[in-house]
Design a protein around this ligand. Structure first.
Ligand code: M6R
Length: 593
């Protein structure tokens, strides 16, 4: 949600910023804008709509080496040109882009800015005018900046230009990510490292409470008061190639196809022969706890159900899965000695971060499992495990699910501490995944048969039900078809009333123990007219099943069955002509609660 890019240096700022904003499109947005320094002034271009549209608006006739850009996902005020960033202070002196939410912006407006007129409905314009007010009062940018920051409550990543000093970009960060890339020819800013790829070799992921200024020659970091900050530089390991679709028509399809290589990468990263390599202190922390609480949202929450199974089955530690947005407000009784494990592709999900901070304040051990080592969650947690899935650009999460299931499985096996054949079994999964992906034409045929449905149900039991949850989420996210997942036994308790002639009921059968009863439940829906589609493992399949998938260890089966669901969602969405990589209303990083 919202993206920031900035550049100051020797290269063309216009292309770095506009291309960077395009790379951030995956985060979700509804308007975009840039402020580019040219001919001694800041030229602002902005509008609602895509970055491609912004590119058409931007004048290319002037040279520019300094600029700031933004993609906005509307929170305060509708997605209009007026509300798009950058925003300027009343006199036009300060130009600003902002990610985050200023919680006390109404109060600041009423209390300190009564003489100011506002052009937009945004909280951001309040920051620009506050800066101007304090500059007028103190006559010093640094003092005005510190004072402004001291007044802000909420989250912000800010880039600021000052009309009277156009060879500097000022920045500040609190509770919303901001990274600073260091290149030979200048400084690049991003909401995450993705716009830095190809432009910088090392970067700093700013801590909360850091501000600073960048010129073409370098960058200075201080705290909000102005005292020097110690900064840790990291190597950037994402290449520009990883951020392209390659020969695939969409990122979602590319990322599904990458799943077998994600499995192999995880084996490479976490195994030394048959031994698992994970920080011993982390393992001891889990061994010493009497309950594991898994916290996540969306797809990561669905992976958490598998993680619960692994921790209970392999480690015999009671484990509970919490939806982060619920947990933060309805916290259950927490007794004795728990630990908290957060699963998140982005590491920036606001609901999860709110919970993480709360339990971190209470001194409970926190483990973050994320795909983004520079993320906020990693900076708060006591321990971090990397998903090693590579950048996931499509809004609908696919390969991160696979990585989350695998990393938690590896972790649970490591906590148990016995020798394991998991690396061998995972290699078998990678091969099985390739086989399923090669059956894409069959899945596309299924997609043709469900694309006109208004409701689709997914049913299964136990592990298959958790896989159904993820398949159903994928389908609704990109196809916009209403879809629900149910434990198949629960249908009779109400939902079966919704089954009509032709309603697709997609059934996952990979578990020997539950296969007969799940198939009985499907027959009950067929008696009410449903159109059945069974996804079954080879050993359980019957002739009428829609697709069979290779057998793998029963507890790893969602790694295979979910790929069918992901491809099904992909094909339904593309057959319907939907923007599958950027589905409507969704954002990749959900950075507001
Ligand atoms: O980055 P996270 O894994 O924390 O994100 C959680 C959810 O927002 C995310 O999984 C969402 O449900 C995706 N759109 C799923 O495709």
């Amino acid at each position: 949600m919202c993206g920031i890019v900035g550049y100051i240096g020797k290269k063309d700022a216009r292309s770095i910023i506009l291309d960077g904003l395009q790379k951030l499109e995956y985060r979700g947005y509804d308007s975009a804008g840039v402020g580019l320094v040219g001919n001694g002034e800041v030229k602002i271009y902005k509008d609602k709509g895509r970055v491609a549209h912004l590119k058409e608006l931007v004048d290319t006739s002037f040279e520019t080496h300094v600029g700031i850009g933004h993609t906005r996902w509307a929170t305060h005020g509708s997605p209009t040109k007026m509300n798009a960033h950058p925003h300027t202070s009343q006199s036009g002196r300060f130009t600003i882009v902002h990610n985050g939410v200023i919680e006390n912006f109404r109060e600041l407006k009423a209390r300190y800015l009564s003489g100011y007129s506002f052009k937009s409905q945004t909280d951001t314009e309040v920051i620009a005018n506050l800066l101007e007010r304090y500059f007028n009062k103190y006559g010093s940018f640094d003092r005005a900046f510190s004072k402004t920051l001291s007044r802000l409550e909420g989250s912000f990543a800010l880039l600021i230009l000052d009309n009277t000093n156009l060879d500097t970009i000022y920045f500040a960060k609190n509770k919303t990510p901001l990274v600073v890339g260091i290149a030979e020819d200048g400084i690049v800013f991003g909401s995450d490292v993705i716009p830095l790829a190809g432009n910088a070799k090392k970067y700093v992921s700013l801590d909360d409470g850091v501000k600073g200024k960048a010129t073409k020659d370098g960058v200075e970091f201080t705290d909000f008061v102005g005292l020097q900050e110690d900064i840790e530089y990291k190597e950037l390991d994402i290449t520009a190639d990883e951020l392209t679709k390659g020969s695939y028509p969409h990122f979602m399809l590319k990322e599904i196809n990458e799943e077998p290589s994600v499995v192999r990468k995880l084996v490479q990263e976490y195994f030394d022969e048959d031994d698992i390599v994970i920080n011993e202190k982390l393992l001891e922390t889990i061994r010493n706890c009497d309950k594991i609480n898994l916290v996540a949202c969306g797809t990561s929450m669905h992976a958490s159900y598998m993680a619960k199974y692994f921790f209970e089955k392999f480690c015999e530690i009671p484990t509970e899965v919490f939806c982060a947005s619920e947990l933060v407000y309805s916290t259950p009784l927490i007794k004795d000695n728990p630990c908290f494990i957060f699963l998140s592709q982005s590491g920036e999900t606001a609901d999860s971060i709110a919970c993480m901070k709360k339990f971190n304040d209470q001194k409970f051990p926190i483990i973050a499992i994320t795909n983004v080592p520079s993320s906020t969650m990693v900076s708060i947690a006591d321990f971090h495990l990397d998903l090693h899935a590579g950048p996931e650009v499509a809004v609908a999460s696919t390969k991160a699910y696979t990585a989350e299931v695998i990393v938690t499985c590896i972790l649970a096996k490591a906590v148990r501490g016995k020798k394991t054949h998991l690396s061998y079994n995972l290699e078998k999964c990678a091969v099985a995944m390739e086989e399923v992906i090669s059956k894409a034409p069959i899945i596309e045929m299924m997609a043709k048969q469900i694309m006109d449905a208004s409701d689709v149900f997914f049913i299964g039991r136990g592990i298959d039900y958790w896989a159904c949850l993820e398949c159903s989420l994928k389908l609704k996210e990109v196809s916009y078809i209403h879809s629900e997942a149910f434990p198949s036994g629960e249908l009779k308790h109400g939902t079966i009333a919704l089954i009509e002639k032709g309603t697709p009921v997609i059934t996952i059968c990979t578990q020997e123990g539950t296969n007969p009863i799940v198939r009985n439940n499907l027959v009950e829906t067929q008696a009410r007219g449903s159109k059945p589609f069974v996804i079954s493992t080879e050993s359980l399949s019957v002739a009428s099943d829609a697709i069979d998938i290779p057998n793998v260890n029963h507890y790893l089966s969602p790694l295979i069955s979910v790929i069918v669901g992901q491809l099904l969602a992909y094909y339904v969405a593309t057959l319907k002509g939907n923007d599958v990589d950027k589905p409507k209303n969704l954002a990749k990083s959900v950075t507001v609660e």
